[in-house]
Design a protein around this ligand. Structure first.
Ligand SMILES: C[S@@+](CC[C@H](N)C(=O)[O-])C[C@H]1O[C@@H](n2cnc3c(N)ncnc32)[C@H](O)[C@@H]1O
Length: 266
């Protein structure tokens, strides 16, 4: 199985590396550029590891919405299964890189609409969706738990009956939840995850908390990212001993604790 180092474990980096606010900082673009250079569409399809795969045969026959695509593995995975996918991100360069890649993929027609919009203000030309992926986005929402629930209410109006929504977020005991950091805006308890959507309208199908420390390739990826950052943006020699030390220090991996939940609309 191909191993895309999804999480470059950036928590110990200075905030110079964040992809928020929009537009994404150049430093973070380098991360995604490397991932795009190294991974083909087939790698991305193969590495899509969300538990939603177990329910994919249950999805009604309507398009899928992927909000906050990142590299785009969720988007291409469902497109490879024959779904029309709306790939939504507020970062144009990520949409463009994925679109360029999809346009040169000749094994199969991937039916993808690339949409530059910013969650939660999303308006789409279709109103019926079988599935919404919102993975690693909600912990950036700034208006608290009630605001997050309200935003979800707006977006889940697009789901048809028996449609699914997958949510992945950071848990309260996530490594980045420390005094003084304000990059991630919200960390979730299990009870909050269970209560994200109105119980009368949604059934919780899957809930899991995981602790994940990345594989060696994640450290390798991070070293490459930091090296390119020093060369391209800081214009310094990455082989100098002090820069090598900086790269090694910042490549240390930290595990993270997250929740994944899947709800089905009644
Ligand atoms: C941490 S990445 C998650 C990528 C992918 N969903 C995953 O789980 O690996 C967050 C993505 O959301 C995008 N993003 C951030 N804020 C957004 C917003 N308000 N609306 C749409 N996309 C947003 C970022 O550009 C980035 O692609």
């Amino acid at each position: 199985m191909s191993k895309i180092p999804w999480f470059p474990y950036t928590y110990n980096l200075s905030f110079d590396f964040n992809y928020l606010p929009n537009p994404m900082k150049k430093s973070f673009q380098i991360n995604y550029r490397i991932l795009h250079e190294k991974n083909s569409i087939d790698d991305m399809i193969e590495s899509f590891d969300q538990p939603l795969k177990e329910y994919e045969d249950d999805l009604p026959d309507f398009p899928v919405m992927d909000i906050g695509i990142g590299l785009g593995s969720g988007t291409v995975y469902f497109a490879s299964k024959g779904k029309r996918v709306y790939a939504i991100d507020n970062e144009p360069i990520l949409l463009k890189w994925l679109e360029d890649k999809v346009n040169t993929y000749d094994k199969k027609k991937l039916d993808i609409e690339f949409i530059k919009q910013s969650y939660p203000a999303i308006t789409l030309p279709e109103s019926k969706f079988s599935c919404i992926l919102i993975s690693n986005l909600l912990h950036f929402c700034e208006n608290g738990y009630d605001g997050i629930r309200n935003d979800l209410k707006t977006i889940t109006q697009y789901l048809v009956s028996d449609g699914f929504i997958l949510v992945r977020v950071h848990a309260t005991d996530h490594v980045a939840n420390y005094e003084g950091q304000d990059y991630f805006k919200y960390f979730f308890t299990e009870e909050e995850i269970k209560g994200l959507l109105v119980e009368a309208e949604f059934e919780l199908m899957y809930l899991s908390k995981y602790y994940k420390k990345g594989f060696k390739a994640a450290v390798k990826h991070k070293k490459e990212w930091l090296t390119r950052y020093l060369v391209e943006l800081k214009k310094v020699d990455p082989t100098l001993p002090e820069n090598q030390e900086w790269i090694n220090q910042h490549s240390i991996q930290e595990g993270e604790k997250c929740y994944v939940a899947i709800f089905r609309k009644k």
